[in-house]
Ligand binder design. Sequence first.
Ligand SMILES: *[C@@H]1O[C@H](CO)[C@@H](O)[C@H](O)[C@H]1NC(C)=O
Ligand SMILES: *[C@@H]1O[C@H](CO)[C@@H](O)[C@H](O)[C@H]1NC(C)=O
Ligand SMILES: *[C@@H]1O[C@H](CO)[C@@H](O)[C@H](O)[C@H]1NC(C)=O
Length: 330
Amino acid sequence: MRPLSAPTIRLCSLLSLPSLILAAASFDCSDIVKDRIRFNLKPLGGPHVVHWIETEELITHNHTYTIDICQPLKRTKGVPADEECPNGARVCGIDYVTGKNDNTSRIEHVVPIAGDFIHSTAGWDPKWQLLKNSGSHADADREGLLIEFNGGKFPFNDKKGVPQKAMIEMVCDKDRSGLEGDEEDDRPKEDGDEKEKRDDEGEEKGEEGEKKNKSLTFVSYKQEGDPAVGVLRLEWKTKYACEDAVNNPDLNPKDGWGFFTWFLIILFLCISAYLIFGSWLNYNRYGARGWDLLPHGDTIRDIPYLVKDWGRRVVSTIQGPGSRGGYSAV
Ligand SMILES: *[C@@H]1O[C@H](CO)[C@@H](O)[C@H](O)[C@H]1NC(C)=O
Ligand SMILES: *[C@@H]1O[C@H](CO)[C@@H](O)[C@H](O)[C@H]1NC(C)=O
Ligand SMILES: *[C@@H]1O[C@H](CO)[C@@H](O)[C@H](O)[C@H]1NC(C)=O
């Protein structure tokens, strides 16, 4: 079964106003709108990993950040709960430490950076703006989107923990899918469904991807502002952050449910509704039964005869009067 396509979802949300209101408050990676510009970052969904290697005198930190812009991170099978971020995390940092003369690493910190954590009062409060409007001079002539995810805290269970957030700069680069050099977190996840293979993944990560540098890169992680907030900054170069991407058919392959399919479905629904309502009316008002229940029952009953008649006429037209019944003109 195909996932619901965008038109379906839009149709459904039109039908149910409450969900429309909810949708306004949430973050849909496949339909991010800012200043009337629409972005679809769905192809970049899934857990992606970047590293920040920090070398100290005696130890090396391998800070491993995992991010999924489309849905909460899933738990990995067989990994203890305290070695991963709490449920609801969208961005998670894990600090692996290796001693100088050591070849095994241990986890020093787990830093929930952003997400809609169940056991937290802080919402994840996703925000997004166009890079050119973000107020920084460096971004003034860059095309793309700045996404902010909040809700983290470190230490997580400490009232005085430092709030955390992630700032992801999605930068337009027409030559990149965004998956070049990608490191995916493809360990088996707890909820069973093995990682969904994206069908475009192979080609995009393929040979050409190997030659280029990674598209998703670590920029910085430090405490910023006062009161201090731990801010993880990432940069993601991708064609999906280009302002015309959604309207560009090359980047946005049509899904199978064309206009015509929708037209047929809606037509069918309308006819069904008409027949059902009509029957009900006939039943209640006129006490109709059987064929008489159907609105225009007579016409419908006659359809086979009409079709047969029409068919006969067509046949005789095709055969022409000349060949009929052996009376050939001599
Ligand atoms: C950091 O950890 C990742 C996976 O845990 C590993 O692939 C990578 O090589 C490590 N980097 C360094 C410099 O240790
Ligand atoms: C790493 O440690 C294992 C045992 O824990 C040892 O067998 C192996 O030789 C070590 N490798 C290196 C490169 O030190
Ligand atoms: C990749 O990055 C390295 C250094 O980080 C740089 O020297 C090189 O030119 C980059 N390659 C491409 C194709 O951008």
